[in-house]
Ligand binder design. Structure first.
Ligand SMILES: Cc1cc2nc3c(=O)[nH]c(=O)nc-3n(C[C@@H](O)[C@@H](O)[C@H](O)COP(=O)(O)OP(=O)(O)OC[C@H]3O[C@@H](n4cnc5c(N)ncnc54)[C@H](O)[C@@H]3O)c2cc1C
Length: 290
């Protein structure tokens, strides 16, 4: 492993200054991706900037509207144990509680999971379904980006040199709405998604689908939204017929590769089945069944 210096800034301003000082810098949150990559020589840096002591990146706050702001370096276990997350954002628990095991969840962050930009990362489709946005700070100031626009390719994201992902904002869910995330892995736990689906459903006063989002993981170079699935759901009764149409749209939108974890045909099939089941589970959540 190439030798590097370690810095532990105590403020966002200090972290930004370190990131723009001209050295080849990388950020460290939980280290569950970056330490492995440095050790294997897949990445190199002269300066590793530890973000775990920057207050904006290490806290969870709930705004007056019920919106959630999760610091990018907050460990996953702290997120899924948070009482407001458990009560109001169970789809975040769906995703955060299946990333690795307890040891990984006690270190790894949502910010790191997003920045690492694996097409199979579990937090991405869940946050897309929830309509999350990202607060990004850099040398030119702050900007906000919808999470869906963050992924630019496998292992690549929209951060510019010197920029830091500060936090993830999740808007409050309106009444009669819910989100759900799940994945397929060939064993019960500790594996990377062969395919995954995150969905959001909102019903109007007549019980018809007023809004919907369907996001897929591990079936394209980046996590993807399926606009045709949304179109297949809007204005319809929530149930088997509408969900089957959305599942078919998900299957058609999937552009997977064959690899050691799954074939193209299996992943397309999974995109359909996982989407139908995620919609069924979101509907159960709206109806208070889980
Ligand atoms: C045994 C094991 C099992 C795993 N299982 C799963 C799984 O089931 N599902 C899954 O999705 N993932 C899984 N992972 C990967 C998962 O742990 C990581 O993706 C994790 O979420 C990354 O978070 P981190 O805080 O550890 O990031 P780090 O490793 O610290 O950083 C990851 C990358 O993001 C950059 N970065 C981090 N924070 C910021 C920031 N705030 N701003 C800018 N750049 C930043 C770093 O420089 C680095 O490039 C597993 C990993 C291991 C080791």
């Amino acid at each position: 492993m190439h030798a590097f210096e370690y810095a532990r800034p105590g403020s966002l301003a200090e972290a930004l200054a370190l990131a723009s000082n001209g050295r080849r810098a990388l950020f460290l949150a939980g280290g569950t991706d970056v330490i492995v990559q440095l050790r294997e020589g897949r990445r190199a840096c002269d300066l590793l900037i530890d973000l775990k002591h920057v207050p904006e990146l290490t806290s969870i706050t709930v705004g007056p509207s019920g919106a959630l702001e999760i610091g990018a370096a907050v460990p996953l276990a702290e997120i899924y144990e948070h009482p407001v997350v458990r009560r109001d954002f169970p789809a975040l628990v769906d995703a955060a509680s299946i990333i690795g095991g307890i040891a990984i969840q006690s270190r790894a962050s949502l910010g790191g999971n997003l920045c690492n930009a694996s097409p199979a990362a579990d937090s991405s489709p869940a946050l897309m379904a929830l309509g999350a946005t990202l607060r990004i700070a850099g040398p030119a100031g702050e900007r906000t980006l919808p999470v869906a626009d963050f992924f630019t390719g496998p292992g690549q994201n929209a951060l510019q040199p010197g920029e830091i992902l500060v936090s993830i904002r999740v808007p409050p869910l309106p009444p009669q709405s819910a989100a759900f995330y799940h994945r397929f892995i060939p064993r019960n736990e500790m594996d990377i998604a062969v395919a995954s689906s995150g969905v959001y459903l909102a019903l109007d006063d007549a019980g018809r689908i007023a809004d919907a989002r369907v996001a897929l993981g591990a079936v394209a170079p980046t996590p993807i939204f399926v606009p045709a699935a949304r179109d297949a759901l809007l204005g319809r009764e929530p149930g088997a017929e509408a969900f089957a149409a959305a599942g078919e749209a998900a299957r058609a939108a999937a552009r997977p590769i064959d690899d050691m974890r799954g074939s193209v045909a299996q992943r397309r099939h999974l995109a359909r089945v996982l989407t139908v089941r995620a919609l069924e589970n979101a509907l159960r959540r709206i109806r208070g069944a889980q």
